[in-house]
Design a protein around this ligand. Structure first.
Ligand code: 4AD
Ligand code: MG
Length: 429
């Protein structure tokens, strides 16, 4: 018989037989009746078992919480009018017995410490509110993917084992690759740009990115999911336009799918207005000076300075026109003012969610940029070659998916938005 999800039990016909499956959240065994609160990923239902109907009732009495069962039964007439879903069982199949004690309670009101939660993610995510974060991530990404597809982007997959750094040499993980040394990719940057020379016109990729960041913070992971786009015959304004509209489309999709559950979980999620405000790096410096913060052109903003800026410009906003000296070699300097670049970060309050830019498409300028950053162009020959035989102007961005989910769900620690976080000390599970 087909399985009915517990959320649909209330809608099923009275007295007709249904089949439900899930975990035993609670079990109360009385002399002449056994009550089970059964849970699946959609909700809970009460199952009533009478010894006369159930041949294995004595085994059922001994089951530990979180054991997995399937129940066949009917919805009695009496519960139809109430909101309490109930099934009177005619058959119960034990599929898997849980051991005791549970390393983590599912219904316990006291929340476990975060380490215990991460060490027992399979139990932690049986709590609906914890799993909601990943449902939101899934809906968000689906909305963004749909947006990219409807704007003629092609989804691509580029190698994660690579020979060159993209975002600076310090944060690279080395790997042994037979007799050569290789690295885990920090970003699909170089490969997505090569696809512009290949004529794919617009590409996006959702994939892992690896950064050997030494510092353990609530915003950094050593492996994160990067949502990248690259588009041809485009500049940083076009990339910002795609970014804000893809985020809006993602949030629309998320609210469509999960709106009521998000609202009842206490998360405040609203469709943001586009376009997002654009504030230039120079304007940020001027603003910080009015707040008595001493910052000189060419310096990156400290977390404290970003908090100060975030207190003035809340929600989503872009910081544009970063100094060329602060941005990676591939970033296009501004034609009007070469001190600054055609680059942007998307911020949410004080947090950076995305970096993006128009890229250098002229191979001569690119070679100069490598040299000015102290890099050897020969190490990037496979990349520069793609610029020598017809490379269109192009632009794009890289967005940290966990950071986006973190701000959407108002989480304090990026690890909460990561199934199995990789950080300075954690590689298991
Ligand atoms: O700012 P990043 O380093 O920029 C790039 O990778 C460029 N290739 C993007 C481009 O197209 N120009 O990384 C992009 C985003 C950051 O804004 C942040 O959201 C996320 O990736 N990110 C991290 N998220 C979690 N942990 C880390 N260690 C992260 N490093 C970057
Ligand atoms: Mg950045």
């Amino acid at each position: 018989m087909e399985r009915t999800y517990l959320a649909n039990v209330q809608g099923a016909a009275v007295n007709s037989e249904i089949n439900v499956c899930g975990w035993i959240q609670e079990l109360r065994a009385l002399k002449n009746i056994v009550f089970i609160v059964l849970r699946d990923n959609t909700g809970t239902v009460q199952v009533t078992l009478k010894p006369d109907n159930i041949s294995n009732i004595n085994e059922v009495r001994e089951l530990e919480r979180e054991s997995v069962i399937c129940v066949t039964g009917v919805i009695p007439e009496r519960t139809k009018s109430t909101s309490n879903r109930e099934i009177v069982a005619s058959r119960l199949v034990i599929l898997n017995r849980a051991e005791k004690p549970l390393p983590l309670g599912i219904t316990d009101p006291v929340s476990a410490d975060f380490e215990t939660r991460l060490n027992n993610r399979f139990l932690d995510l049986r709590k609906r509110e914890n799993a909601l974060v990943f449902r939101i991530e899934s809906s968000m990404l689906w909305g963004m993917r749909r947006f990219f597809h409807s704007n003629n982007f092609v989804e691509i997959h580029t190698p994660k084992i690579v020979a060159a750094a993209t975002e600076g040499g310090a944060d690279l993980f080395g790997v042994r690759y037979f007799e050569k040394e290789a690295y885990l990719n920090q970003s699909p940057q170089l490969y997505k740009e090569i696809m512009m020379s290949a004529g794919l016109d617009r590409v996006f990729e959702v994939g892992p990115a690896f950064r050997a960041e030494q510092h353990n913070t609530v915003r950094h992971l050593n492996e994160f999911t990067s949502v990248d786009i690259e588009m041809s015959f485009a500049d940083h304004h076009d990339a910002m336009h795609m970014l804000e509209n893809s985020i809006r489309a993602g949030i629309e999709r998320t609210l469509d799918e999960l709106g009521p559950e998000i609202a009842s979980s206490g998360i405040k999620m609203e469709i943001p207005e586009v376009p997002f405000p654009r504030i230039s790096y120079r304007e940020c410096i001027a603003f910080l000076k009015t707040r008595g913060v001493d910052v000189t052109f060419g310096e990156d903003f400290s977390p404290e300075q970003l908090r100060e800026i975030g207190s003035q410009y809340s929600g989503f906003y872009f910081i544009t026109g970063w100094p060329s000296s602060l941005r990676a070699f591939y970033t296009m300097p501004s034609a009007e003012d070469p001190e600054i670049s055609n680059s942007f970060d998307l911020q949410y309050n004080e947090k950076e969610i995305t970096s993006g830019a128009q890229r250098v498409h002229d191979p001569e300028l690119l070679t100069k940029r490598f040299l000015s950053k102290g890099l050897n162009p020969d190490d990037f020959d496979f990349y520069i070659r793609a610029f020598r035989y017809g490379m269109p102007p192009h632009a794009g961005f890289g967005l940290g998916l966990e950071r986006l989910v973190m701000i959407l769900c108002n989480l304090q620690n990026i690890r909460e938005a990561t199934l199995f976080p990789r950080d300075r000390t954690r590689i298991v599970p």
